[in-house]
Design a protein. Structure first.
Length: 412
């Protein structure tokens, strides 16, 4: 599981700023204060190996994010010669490892950054040593400790490929400790209702796409897969992705049905209704909320243990009741071994997670609520939720606008 993300000279973060993360994470706060930046660092690691599995570069524009060129990504206050730094900390069982990347501008292509140095360390408890070096490479010159030395003959490209997937099985580290490629991502900019979907061939990692553009294809491909037991609705027809998707739609929207059919060799249709009748309609005639929530539901149902799910603004186009139900669905997803990241401006999403703690669906230490303020180069404020769902520390600007408005209305 990912435990921390550190950024230096990356967009608004000039000094090294480390953000700790947990099993389910809620990113909240003022617009333009770093919520998306943290997630974009992860998504760069997700999309870069799609460009080339043997590359030693970070690709700024790909399937997940389009950040522009090196000048758009580097902090505007630093010299062009200063590297961008990223740290990713992982833990699986008793193993903890930090990967520290140094990125430099590519002189031939400003749409990518070169990985000039990568150091892997394992923190240790010692009065003399703060961390144990596992490996390091710089410009293709590799150095390893004895535990890694005999695993493979590594080149820079091979190391990069392994780090995006897993460490060598013959080393003392568990496989799949690092798995950047298995990140499901649903952006705030989703495509909404469609008349039809063209059948698509799949990449190595099938997913709904950042805008939900492959939703019908994933439903078609995964329709007979069984979902995790923590996500199963018992009164659904079966335990398959197809029937469980329909069951969750009914719960989240307090009614409604879904069906999919293939009308031609290369065309898929989704049809919905909102009142449990036998009459089905095109998505555009049911409402944007269904089409905006569907990619999130399907991603949660098909995500596997060890993978990540990033959702931006799950509340978009949803009634407060649906926001609450969808958030509690995401809380259930996090209990299946999937690490969940939610970026939101909705207090209904926040309160649904507090209720998930109250109902013991998730434990307080599994929920990580982060509030990003306007203070530059400072990590976000961590907001703790007690076992009864209460919050004691409520900083100014953290979902307090309703109270401020009521105070103004009532002259308090």
């Amino acid at each position: 599981m990912l435990t921390k993300i550190g950024l230096k000279n990356f967009k608004r973060f000039q000094e090294m700023t480390v953000t700790k993360v947990s099993q389910i994470n809620l990113f909240t706060g003022i617009n333009g204060c770093g919520k998306s930046t943290i997630l974009q660092a992860l998504l760069l690691m997700r999309q870069s190996p799609e460009h080339s599995r043997t590359t030693h570069q970070i690709v700024f524009n790909g399937s997940c994010v389009e950040l522009g060129d090196f000048d758009d990504v580097r902090n505007s206050q630093i010299s062009r010669n200063e590297p961008i730094e990223m740290i990713f900390g992982f833990q699986q069982g008793e193993h903890q490892i930090d990967l520290h990347y140094w990125l430099a501008e590519n002189s031939d292509d400003d749409m990518v950054a070169d990985i000039t140095k990568l150091v892997g360390t394992r923190p240790v408890e010692s009065s003399q040593v703060s961390e144990h070096l596992i490996f390091t490479f710089s410009r293709g010159i590799n150095n390893y400790d004895l535990k890694m030395k005999n695993a493979y003959q590594h080149t820079l490209a091979t190391w990069y490929n392994l780090l995006f997937n897993s460490f060598p099985e013959r080393s003392n580290l568990p496989s799949d400790l690092v798995n950047f490629t298995k990140i499901h991502y649903i952006s705030a900019d989703r495509i909404g209702p469609q008349e039809f979907y063209a059948k698509q061939s799949f990449t190595e990692f099938p997913n709904v796409g950042r805008r939900g553009e492959f939703i019908a294809n994933i439903l078609h491909k995964k329709k007979d897969d069984r979902v995790h037991e923590h996500l199963r609705i018992l009164d659904a027809a079966t335990e398959t992705v197809s029937d469980q998707t329909a069951a969750w739609i009914k719960i989240i929207f307090d009614g409604g049905q879904l069906k999919m059919k293939s009308v031609e060799a290369n065309i898929l249709l989704l049809e919905l209704n909102s009142d449990d009748t036998l009459q089905f309609y095109k998505p555009i005639n049911v409402g944007f909320g269904y089409s905006y929530a569907l990619p999130i539901i399907v991603s949660g149902l098909v995500a596997q243990p060890g993978e990540m799910l990033i959702v931006e603004n799950p509340e978009a186009h949803l009634h407060p009741y649906a926001q609450s139900q969808l958030t509690q669905f995401l809380a259930r997803v996090s209990t299946c071994g999937v690490q969940v990241f939610i970026e939101t401006h909705s207090d209904h999403v926040l309160n649904a997670l507090r209720i998930a703690v109250l109902d013991q669906l998730i434990q307080p230490d599994q929920l990580n609520i982060l509030y990003f303020s306007k203070t530059s180069n400072q990590p976000p404020v961590s907001i703790s939720v007690n076992a009864d769902g209460s919050i004691e520390h409520w900083p100014d600007g953290f979902f307090d606008q309703t109270n401020k408005d009521f105070n103004r209305l009532f002259g308090i």
